[in-house]
Design a protein around this ligand. Sequence first.
Ligand code: ACO
Length: 402
Amino acid sequence: AIDIRKLYSDADVFTFDPGFTSTASCESTITFIDGDKGELWYRGYPIDQLAAKSNHLETSYLLLYGELPNAEQMADFDKRVTHHTMVHEQMHNFFRGFRRDAHPMATMVGVVGAMSAFYHDSTDVNDPWQREVASIRLIAKLPTIAAMAYKYSLGQPFVYPKNDLDYASNFLRMCFAVPCEDYVVSPILAKAMDRIMMLHADHEQNASTSTVRLAGSSGANPFACIAAGIACLWGPAHGGANQAALEMLREIGTVDRIPEFIAKAKDKNDPFKLMGFGHRVYKNFDPRAKVMKESADEVLDLLGIHDNETLKVAKELERIALEDEYFIEKKLYPNVDFYSGIILEAMGFPTSMFTPIFAISRTVGWVAQWKEMLADPQSKIGRPRQLYVGAERRSYVPLSNR
Ligand code: ACO
């Protein structure tokens, strides 16, 4: 018999690393995380500085092209993105094929995947001009597509983009404006939405970004790659955690029930986890969670919501968990998703829209990483190996003899 284990040991290098906890799949110049210190930089700029001084579109430029834009470059980028915010009219028919009660993420996976059927003039990955157009199309159209998925689920008419608005305001208007009524976007909500988008814009080789890179490594077109990223993001251990975190906080309901849920999270026989806690890389406070917590306070305050039970539960849960031996020992801190749901709910979004908003925000990161991969002379098709632990070689037995 073949000694299967020997096959692996004969290879020059063979590592077995489930979940890729210590294997770098690429070199990248885009995002840096120091998980122990709780630091996150985009192209060298710390996230807290960007959150305080920049905006999502400027940060998108930075992620895509490596440097902050000057005024002329920014105006040109803004114009290019704005020019592409509309979706092909035929895509409206495509939306209508979905059930109204479909999760907006389900609709988005389908519609974004179908973009390659509507925009085949930008699917040639070997043509730099087509790559650029596809990138801008994705960044520009994702808010429109997410808003359309939302409107469709409500049975309301689609709201077209209004291109004199900024990126975040435009998205809010497409979600909340209704025909025959004036809708003015609150600058406070627009700022909070913009910050959520910026904080989620990139996060190095997380599951969805690795999915986009892996799909792209075969030469698949950009729309197919981003659709794959959206599908991966939907999982509750990744982008779906913001929906799950708010649902958990609501289920806890009041602060007196927190110890019961902490005990459940610590019980190894119970699959329950504190959603919005823990991170593969951060073993300290997620720097985005700090900004998000401040934003939650700001938004609720400015909306006049002073007695929000969910926020109270969140703050108390965080306080108790951070003093608990189990969470200290395992270095489990609140992540970005712990507070974002509270802000989104206060804005009027249903939980089902939380992950689509994450997808809009992460699109620029996915696109930047996909472009970096294509430009990297070292990159090759992603093809992980495995450690085979199945049956030894054996002979086929005819059905009549089994
Ligand atoms: N609640 C309770 N225990 C936890 C939690 C949690 N939220 N997270 C991790 N643990 C425990 C694990 O049970 C494990 O315990 P063990 O050592 O006794 O086996 C230990 O801490 C290490 O956790 P792992 O699951 O091995 O860590 P991993 O890096 O694989 O997972 C993950 C990270 C998926 C984020 C995990 O912490 C989790 O599921 N958290 C809840 C979901 C969540 O908030 N996801 C959002 C991630 S951020 C983002 O996508 C933007």
